[in-house]
Design a protein around this ligand. Structure first.
Ligand code: PEP
Ligand code: MG
Length: 752
């Protein structure tokens, strides 16, 4: 036998086995059969280590099947135990005459002479032993040893991932090892702490009520307790600041007070079910209805309902008392859950919570919004995490990369402790720059603004020391709401934004819905190519009622002050005329009704559609300011969908075509004396912001976290020299502008 083909064959068969349906045990059974066949061994067995250190026969080809799960070797017992204990390969032609041999009659192994045992291990930790045996006494070849060792490695991987061996031992084993789970960061931050498993849901055992009246009364009392408890919890000090989470929690509270829900619960009890069974039944039937609605909004609503039903079940079981109960949480709790609703998170003592890991959940999920409001680092989409942890395990939540480190080694812990200290130091440095104006070394002032979309973003304006809000994405309020936000609700929301800006300018962008931003309550036709479809100002002009209400709300919110309104996805300069006419009309109506008007209204166009580049004069004449939406502009310039991972980052904005386009914009804005900003992601990346400064941009808008790094870059930059360098690169159509700029930054000691 040569090792190459045998190994390849085994690997292929392992892959096939892993891709076939079947439980862990069935897979192990197939694996030993395949190894025996390919290695021409009469026996192939796998022993797995139990928590007490003993080894259990988990699967075999060749030994008696009745021995599986019945034969156990004590720690270090026999050749198999020795292989595990010393983490060594044992190759014995005459196993039975070895002094360490331990004979197990129940296996029927007395007829086999030679034995090859290799440890199944990962990261130096032995999980079990893989053994082959033959009747003829022989020493296994080096190739045989290599094949079995390589196979054992792959089996170890599958054990750790939980794909083989099924419930029980192997999973228990994998629970003692360090591992990393890749998820998605849903609330920024890094947290080190210890795992608290979110309480699993209560299993309903008694279905039929013995005394319907009594169950009806229990149900009534539990619903009342649920409502009081939610009211107590939502009014808690940590949540008192206004923000998007308020809308989420209000929607949740409304769910709890929903008359239809209560009626269905009572009907079920009337029908003979216990209060608990009624909760489960109503939950199941509502879930079935909601699942038919295949969109994110309904999935979130369903999570709220599950959360509410679980909470009611816990109350019925006497397991929820008051929000003020003394906490049994560790002081550095990392909460791990399959799924979690926003209210469930609030059940925990905020002061002791460091991080959250959920198996589902996206950045837009309600629990993520609440985690952000509370400042808890959270990772979602952490598949299989619940199976792989035990309460009390050490864990690190890296909600920057989306990784969760379970039972990290001391090296990883110390690397992360350094990272947390480093981030804190960087943050302190950035904070120290807060009131330092963003001036280049040759005295050019660059104004820096933040992008925002929710009230919770507004405190960042002060914290970052930014000059204003360069892009306020108003659609987020609409996306979080259950129904189209009415005029008064909008006025209130925009007014709160203006108040929180505390005199600094805010640019409100009118609704940019359509495309992938769907409002479930608004009828929108399905489109083949939604990014280029009926969205933003196109919808605004075709459905003026929507845009007019928004403009009216903005005008009222900015009474007596200056109002800046920006229009997304302008495709032709004349669209600005139509919007201006609409604004003027609304202003007239408000004045006629006796409302105070803003002191001044400035109307700006977003430059996102490449066509505008060819009518810049006309556009500038019609705009009080312009702002480049580089996210969209790049996707349309390169015809590369920004949401498609395959092509989204295929083209570099730091290449000649887009840079020339941006340069033309700077020139036109200067010529017409129209303020120009760029508010796409480019502005927040220091190297790209450096290029923008080189092109002549003096105003940028970015996520609040980017203000510190971009300001640090500006403070170490000589704008004149970057400009000259970039000019040369563009003239030569240099092939790798990003690399050249990075080299330039290095040579000039610019911090990018
Ligand atoms: C842009 O397109 O660059 C932009 C800022 O708008 P959004 O990312 O919201 O489309
Ligand atoms: Mg855009």
């Amino acid at each position: 036998m040569t090792s190459e083909p045998a190994l390849r064959v085994i690997m292929r068969r392992l892959r096939e086995i892993m891709s076939e349906p079947g439980d862990g045990q069935a897979r192990l059974d197939k694996i030993v059969k395949q190894i025996a066949g390919v290695m021409v061994a009469e026996v192939c067995s796998i022993y797995l280590k139990r928590q007490d250190g003993s080894l259990e026969l988990f699967a075999t080809e060749g030994l008696k099947i009745s021995a599986v799960h019945n034969t156990r070797m004590n720690r270090g017992e026999g050749l198999v135990g020795r292989s595990a204990e010393l983490n060594i390969t044992i190759n014995e032609p005459e196993a039975s005459s070895h002094p360490a041999f331990s004979y197990r009659p129940e296996t029927g192994e007395d007829i086999y002479h030679s034995l090859l045992a290799v440890p199944v291990q990962r990261s130096g930790q032995v999980l079990g032993v893989l053994v082959v045996q033959n009747r003829t006494p022989k020493e296994y070849s080096d190739e045989d040893v290599e094949v079995l060792q390589a196979t054992a490695m792959v089996v170890a991987e599958h054990i750790v991932s939980g794909a083989v061996a099924g419930a029980g031992t192997a999973i228990e084993l994998s629970k003692s090892m360090s591992s990393v789970i890749d998820g998605e960061a849903i609330s920024d931050g890094i947290a080190l702490g210890h795992v608290v498993l979110h309480e699993p849901r209560i299993v309903v055992e008694r279905l039929m009520a013995e005394d319907t009246d009594e169950d009806m009364e229990r149900l009534g009392t539990a619903i009342a307790a649920l409502r009081t408890h939610l009211d107590e919890m939502f009014d808690h000090e940590h949540l008192s600041a206004a923000g998007e989470h308020h809308d989420v929690l209000e929607a949740y509270r409304m769910f709890a007070h929903d008359k239809g829900w209560e009626r269905r619960l009572r009907e079920s009890v009337n029908g003979g079910l216990t209060a608990e069974a009624a909760v489960e039944r109503v939950q199941n039937s509502t879930r079935a209805r909601m699942l038919r609605q295949n969109d994110a909004y309904w999935r979130e609503r369903q999570r709220d309902l599950d959360d509410l039903s679980d909470r009611l079940l816990r109350i019925l079981a006497g397991r929820i008392t008051s929000a003020d109960e003394p906490s049994s949480l560790p002081s550095d709790a990392i909460l791990v859950a399959r799924t979690m609703g926003p209210a469930e998170l609030l059940d925990y003592d905020r002061k002791r919570l460091r991080g959250l890991v959920v198996e589902d959940g996206s950045a837009q999920s309600h629990v993520a919004i609440v985690a952000k409001a509370l400042g808890i680092a959270a990772v979602g989409q952490a598949r299989g995490v619940v199976e792989r942890v035990s309460a009390g395990d050490a864990a690190i939540v890296d909600a920057i990369t989306g990784e969760v480190h379970l039972r990290p080694s001391s090296d990883v812990i110390s690397a992360y402790s350094d990272k947390v200290r480093f981030l804190a130091r960087r943050q302190r440095q950035y904070r120290a720059l807060r009131d330092v104006p963003a001036l280049t070394t040759d005295g050019e002032r660059v104004s820096l603004h933040i992008n925002a979309g929710l009230l919770v973003d507004m405190p960042h304006l002060k914290q970052s020391g930014a000059d204003g809000v360069g892009l306020y994405r108003t659609e987020l309020l609409f996306m979080l709401s259950n129904t189209l936000p009415k005029l008064e609700r909008q006025v209130e929301s925009y007014r709160a934004v203006v108040a929180r800006a505390d005199g600094k300018p805010v640019i409100f962008r009118t609704l940019d819905i359509g495309g992938d931003k769907i409002l479930h309550y608004l009828r929108q036709p399905a489109e083949e190519n939604p990014a280029m479809g009926w969205r933003a100002v196109r919808m605004g002009l075709d459905r003026p009622a929507l845009l007019r209400t928004q403009i009216r709300a903005l005008l009222r919110a900015a009474a007596g002050a200056e109002l800046r309104v920006m229009i997304p996805m302008v495709s032709e300069a004349v669209e600005m005329d139509a919007v201006r006419a609409l604004v003027d009309k609304e202003r007239g109506i408000l004045l006629a009704k006796g409302y105070e008007s803003p002191k001044r209204v400035q109307l700006g166009a977003m430059i996102e559609v490449p066509g505008l580049l060819f009518e810049l004069d006309a556009l500038m004449k019609r705009s009080d300011f312009v702002s480049v939406g580089s996210n969209d502009l790049m996707q349309f310039l390169f015809a590369a969908d920004r949401t498609n991972a395959r092509v989204g980052s295929r083209y570099d904005p730091l290449s000649p075509a887009p840079l020339r386009a941006l340069k033309a914009l700077v020139k036109a804005a200067k010529k017409h004396n129209v303020p120009l900003t760029l508010c796409g992601e480019m502005a927040g990346r220091p190297i790209e912001a450096l290029a923008l400064i080189g092109l002549g941009f003096r105003s940028l808008s970015m996520s609040p976290a980017s203000i510190g790094p971009v300001k640090t870059m500006i403070l170490s930059t000589h704008a004149g020299r970057v400009s000259a360098h970039l000019e040369t690169l563009l003239r030569k159509s240099a092939p790798n502008i990003r690399e050249s700029l990075n080299n330039f930054a290095k040579s000039e000691s610019i911090e990018v």
